[in-house]
Design a protein around this ligand. Structure first.
Ligand code: ASP
Ligand code: MG
Length: 405
């Protein structure tokens, strides 16, 4: 007998028929003698719909009230899932995040889990029940309802699996697992049998939207091994775990394209100590997240200047321009150029550490396709290039074929 935590995302509980399918799967596992904790998301579209309702009233609603509002989405699903289990004669009890003992800090709409005391969960499991738990929500020590940021049900599942010392954590979604590339762009992309936490973090950070980033960080920190798999079939999914030796024999694990970035270039920034500090401090103060930064060598002997480029999340571009324009006098650069039509293409793999020529092969592949590279950045296990978004799909296909074809 094992304790299994299963998490079902929005599409997996998208309507009553899907919820009945979830109940059937849970019942099957239970029949095999396992104990089950089932974390569910809101039915697909529900969270977005609730956000729309609030914004129709005012553009920036109170974050405390948003948490109270959004928590209702998951609360609907835990009850419906428990009812669907009852219909199959499976004893089941639903718990909100607070009832499940999930205690968070007080940062509304993006609260952090402080601790989990799953006493009630244990008691209900011991009583022979399946426990359905609302994802994405918790409670402050003072009893305020909080939510864990978009996609936060993943975090609930991983954190509960850690707190309960579950023997298995399964993340059910609408795809078969983690792929070598987005199958909608690359038809011969393959499902990975396994991927390391670090690789998945880099892939997710590079735009592959499979799981909430924070939940993967949490899993790595607490060593929670989990499987990403489909709720629509019985195919085995992708196992996510700490890196193993054999993983190094694969040079590149996956290719991804982030379409959600924009590029800003400050032209002719005076090359003096403190300039970059001033620019990025101002952006950080405005809570703008910066990704790739490239500064050129300076030119002009008498009054040296340099061009400074960086990328950021596209929705932050307007805010960033305001911040930068306000700095123009103080910093004294010549002009600002912004480009929204960029994509960031990344290749990721822990095997990169022990293989040479990976970057050269990537650049050669892009050259053969006549695709210009705008910016380059690298980490130990990732190489990213910024390029024209119009050539993004072509670039992903070519690079995938070169490394993984
Ligand atoms: N319902 C929340 C969202 O849509 C949490 C989740 O689905 O994981 O972001
Ligand atoms: Mg989700």
């Amino acid at each position: 007998m094992a304790l299994i935590v299963q998490k079902y995302g929005g599409t997996s509980v998208g309507d009553v028929a899907r919820i009945k399918q979830v109940a059937a799967r849970v019942a099957k596992y239970r029949q095999q003698g396992h104990q089950l904790v089932v974390v569910v998301s809101a039915m697909s579209g529900v969270t977005d719909g609730l956000i729309r309702l609030a914004r129709d009233i005012m553009p920036l609603p109170s974050e405390r009230e948003m948490d109270v509002l959004l928590a209702t989405g998951e609360q609907t699903t835990i009850a419906l899932t428990a009812i669907a289990l009852h219909a199959l004669d499976v004893p089941a009890v639903s718990l909100t995040g607070a009832q499940a003992g999930i205690v968070t800090d007080g940062v509304h709409t993006k609260a952090k889990i402080q601790n989990i005391t799953p006493k009630k969960v244990h008691a209900l499991l011991d009583g022979g029940n399946v426990v359905t738990v609302a994802g994405f929500q918790g409670q402050t020590p003072e009893g305020q309802v909080t939510t864990l940021g978009r996609g936060g049900s993943d975090l609930t599942a991983i954190a509960l699996a850690a707190a309960l010392r579950a023997s298995l954590c399964q993340i059910y979604t609408d795809v078969d697992g983690i792929y070598t590339a987005d199958p909608r762009i690359v038809p011969d992309a393959r499902k990975l049998e396994e991927v390391s936490y670090d690789e998945l973090l880099e892939l997710a950070g590079a735009g592959a939207k499979v799981m909430q980033l924070r939940s993967v960080e949490f899993a790595k920190k607490f060593g929670v091994i989990f499987e990403v798999r489909s709720s629509l079939n019985d195919n085995p999914g992708t196992i996510v775990k700490e890196e193993t030796k054999s993983m190094e024999s694969v040079v590149i694990r996956g290719v991804s394209l982030d379409r959600n970035q924009a590029k800003v270039t400050l032209i002719a920034v005076p090359d003096r100590p403190g300039m970059a500090a001033r620019v990025f401090k101002a952006l950080a103060d405005a809570a703008i997240n910066i990704d790739t930064i490239v500064q050129n060598v300076s030119h002009g002997a008498a009054k040296p200047t340099t061009d400074l480029s960086f990328t950021l999340d596209k929705p932050d571009l307007l805010k960033a321009r305001k911040v930068i324009d306000a700095l123009k006098k103080e910093v004294g650069f010549r002009e600002v150029v912004a480009n929204e039509h960029i994509g960031k293409l990344s290749i990721v793999g822990v095997g990169m550490r022990s293989h040479s020529g990976v970057a050269a092969k990537m650049f050669e592949t892009l050259a053969r396709e006549d695709i210009n590279i705008d910016m380059i950045s690298t980490s130990e296990i990732k190489i990213s290039v910024v390029l024209d978004l119009a050539k993004g799909d072509q670039a992903v296909r070519a690079v995938h074929a070169a490394f993984l074809g």
